[in-house]
Design a protein around this ligand. Structure first.
Ligand code: PEP
Ligand code: MN
Length: 324
């Protein structure tokens, strides 16, 4: 929003009044020509409220590039599980890859009683190398649905291509769009058309605006809602797999009122950091956590080093008040 002040009005008083409303304010110009740009992250502020400030003569609200995201509800219903601002934190747990019917069932039976409401796991895996395990495909979707139904959990799992969407949607309660596909626009459109909530993982080099626009594609195509998932962005330091951007979490959740969950597993890439990052994520306003969990991480077909053991998951959830 662009706030213009009356000729001769006290610009610093107007600036203070804007800042007092919690807005992020950037001055442009000087003297009588000064204007304040209230950053797009504050778009939910009513223009009328700013016009009422003494000395303000005009408030211009340029059209948002993502109006459907701005209008999306703060809380998303995932087959009866509420995820979003103000709802209790939701815990999503499960292996990186769905490895066998027995593995999926055993992990679901461990994590559900701990308070995890949504089962995660990949049947179609986006792997950097074509020689790495690629996932078991449709049969794994069946293992997952059965395990979730048997343990009272919901299912979130990834579709990697538009052609996979219909199949995956037949088994899932929420469709996952992976980091590597955040800007695969035909996939976003097909996923939106499936009319399921979407878990949209942030591209590893995506800006917040690009992430919001990707969500707009899904909503425009018919998705009832998008849950954003911060999973770390590319940094320069190999000490952690990615850099978990909790500033973006506070921005989306606290300023924009959007549902955002945090995946510290891919953010850190190592299990010894997961507990601390989980606490930090909830403190930053995350509506939930996605935590890779494996009953034998040393034998995992993907991402073993970042998987929690079920006992470690219990400790994390208990600490955050969501465990049982
Ligand atoms: C995943 O969650 O299974 C995954 C592949 O994560 P990302 O897309 O964030 O790398
Ligand atoms: Mn993984």
């Amino acid at each position: 929003m662009i706030v213009t002040i009356e000729r001769g009005a006290d610009a610093s008083a107007v600036r203070r009044a804007l800042i007092e409303r919690g807005l992020w304010v950037e001055p442009h110009g000087a003297g009588d020509a000064i204007r304040f740009v209230v950053a797009p992250c504050s778009a939910r502020v009513e223009a009328a409220a700013l016009l009422a400030i003494d000395g303000v003569c005009e408030v211009d609200s340029p059209a948002s590039p993502h109006p459907r995201v701005d209008a999306q509800p703060a809380v998303v219903d995932v087959a009866g599980v509420r995820v979003g601002v103000g709802a209790p934190p939701v815990f999503i747990a499960g292996p990186c890859s769905l490895e066998s019917a027995e593995q999926v069932r055993a992990i679901a039976e461990r994590v559900a009683p701990l308070g995890a409401r949504i089962l995660r796991g990949g049947a179609f895996k986006p792997r950097t190398s074509p020689y790495s395990f690629q996932g078991h495909g449709e049969r794994a979707l069946r293992w997952m649905r059965d395990a979730a139904d048997a343990t009272g959990m919901r299912v979130v799992t990834e579709a990697m291509s538009p052609e996979q969407v219909e199949l995956v949607a037949g088994y899932a309660d929420m469709l996952q769009i992976g980091s590597r596909n955040m800007q695969s626009f035909p996939l976003l459109e097909r996923a939106g058309d499936a009319r399921l909530p979407i878990l949209l993982k942030r591209g590893m080099s995506a800006t917040v605006e690009e992430w919001l626009s990707a969500a707009e594609y899904c909503l425009l195509a018919g998705a009832p809602a998008v849950v954003f998932c911060e999973r770390g962005i590319r940094g320069f330091d190999p000490s952690t797999r990615n850099v978990l951007d909790l500033g973006a979490v506070a921005l989306l959740s606290g300023v924009m009122g959007l549902p955002v969950v945090v995946d510290p597993s891919h953010g850190a890439g190592r299990r010894d950091l997961i507990a601390a990052l989980s606490r930090a994520a909830i403190a930053a306003g995350a509506a939930g956590l996605m935590l890779e969990t494996h009953d034998s991480p040393g034998h995992a077909l993907s991402d073993g080093p970042q998987a929690l053991l079920p006992d470690q998951l219990r400790d994390v959830l208990t600490e955050l008040g969501g465990g049982r």
